[in-house]
Design a protein around this ligand. Structure first.
Ligand SMILES: Cc1ncc(COP(=O)(O)O)c(C=O)c1O
Length: 445
């Protein structure tokens, strides 16, 4: 063991307690607290005295005292150790909460399929990052500027959303951005679709706001009393439809009348199978809509990276807060995404995933025919199949027997009374999907 003790000892020379007792007392506390384990070697009395700036007799007295109490033992020629019998009283430590491991492959709505053939571009991006020097101070509170320039071009090209780089805030994914929007909105209720994205409902609830459920199956026409409304217009989560033009207009009119901000979660519009995705809702009204995008479906949910294009007042409020909190995603992750966008990686993985999802959506529809019909999947990596409750439970049980977890539609409902199952097909192979579908068909039969 080195000269220094793992426990910093602080002596109070003005105290009435003798220095030897202070040293003994503090080492004893460390032993009782389990900081010094059985068998740990202590520094020599000479070295410790030197460190503490006291005479050797002080440390000798302390060690003698602790040895007499049975805490320490001296082994001739090798030093002083925490004695084998010096068991610290068992302190109550909360047991770690085990994460349930069902051993089932979860076919959820959120796991994307990333074509491994594009790994080279991924590695190039990280080599770029490793060659760059990180900013020595906190970086731009809006996010890396080069990234915002790339994102502005990407949003105009892919989402019809024309904005300046300075109107973009880089976020820690959709939920990071939503949290910052919620922190900046004035007090009041926030509405959301039901069934809807559970993480968004959770974030709204956690912000201390009233969460108002609006049926996802009907156009939104009244937002009286709400300061915000969270929606997924490009691909309603988890039912699937695209919000029609008339419903978009009625939503904007209701938000305008209530003075509410529409929070548009554009989580997977890149994966529209047949035609180009409908332009973002934010493209219709930049003053009313806060647009949230994410890398969670295109690159990986573990990137924790996204972007927010908010109405000017909200943008300013979030930026001002960030100037104090520096609550921006990690610089290396932002920097890597610049390379991934510039290098064409994002376009490539999106193109291959879109083809894969379209083929897998067809596989689902064909496998279930004529026993069940999914809500026409037009985009993304999951299909929702409405079923009576008992049948949905039978399907889930049958999938479990085959090693798959198929989420129930009711898990995404708060007050809505919908039943069915959801089959996510991003996080599995074709062979696994076929096995899961065979089990679902057995459950339906
Ligand atoms: C509706 C919806 N929005 C957003 C996300 C992504 O959220 P984040 O960017 O926080 O990972 C998901 C992921 O499953 C989702 O289903």
């Amino acid at each position: 063991m080195s000269r220094s003790l793992a426990v910093p000892l602080v002596l109070d020379r003005s105290a009435a307690t003798p220095l030897g007792s202070q040293v003994a007392g503090q080492i004893r506390d460390a032993l009782v607290g389990g900081v010094l384990p059985v068998g740990a070697r202590l520094p020599s009395t000479r070295a410790l005295a030197g460190d503490l700036g006291v005479s050797r007799s002080v440390t000798e007295q302390a060690f003698d005292q602790l040895a007499a109490e049975g805490w320490l033992e001296t082994r001739r020629g090798s030093g002083t150790f925490v004695a084998a019998g010096a068991m610290a009283p068992v302190r109550h430590r909360p047991a770690p909460v085990p994460r349930p491991d069902t051993g089932l492959l979860r076919l959820d709505t959120g796991t994307p399929w990333i074509d491994p053939r594009h790994r080279a571009a991924w590695r190039r991006a990280w080599r770029d990052v490793s060659a760059a020097t990180p900013p020595p101070a906190y970086d731009d509170p809006a996010g890396v500027r080069a990234l915002r320039v790339e994102l502005a071009a990407h949003l105009a090209r892919t989402r019809g959303l024309v904005c300046e780089p300075d109107e973009i805030l880089v976020t820690s994914g959709t939920i990071g951005g939503l949290g910052q929007v919620l922190a900046a909105l004035p007090p009041g209720a926030v509405a959301h679709e039901d069934p809807g994205y559970r993480a968004a409902a959770e974030a709204i609830g956690a912000s201390g706001r009233e969460l108002r459920d609006l049926p996802a199956t009907e156009p939104i026409t009244d937002l009286t009393g709400a300061v915000g409304v969270y929606v997924t217009p490009a691909h309603q989560h988890p039912l699937g439809p695209v919000m029609p033009g008339s419903a978009r207009l009625s939503l904007l009119a209701a938000a305008h009348a209530a003075g509410a901000v529409v929070i548009e979660d554009d989580y997977d519009s890149e994966f529209r199978y047949d035609v180009a995705p409908v332009p973002a809702l934010a493209a219709l009204d930049r003053d009313r809509v806060a647009y949230l995008g994410t890398t969670s479906k295109t690159v990986a949910p573990s990137m924790r990276l996204g972007w927010l294009v908010a109405p000017p007042g909200l943008h300013r409020a979030i930026l001002e807060r960030r100037e104090i909190t520096h609550d921006v995603p990690a610089w290396p992750v932002q920097r890597a995404f610049v390379s991934l966008l510039r290098d064409g990686y994002v376009d490539q993985v999106v193109r291959s995933a879109r083809r894969t999802y379209a083929a897998r959506a067809r596989r689902v529809t064909e496998a279930l025919r004529p026993l069940a019909t999914p809500i026409l999947p037009v985009a993304g990596m999951y299909a929702t199949i409405p079923l009576p409750k008992a049948r949905a439970l039978r399907v889930r049980a049958s999938a479990r027997e085959a090693g798959f977890e198929v989420p129930l539609l009711r898990d995404y409902c708060r007050t809505a009374q919908l039943s069915g199952v959801i089959i996510g097909f991003g996080g599995c192979t074709d062979a696994e999907l076929d096995r899961a579908l065979a089990a679902v068909v057995r459950g339906l039969g």
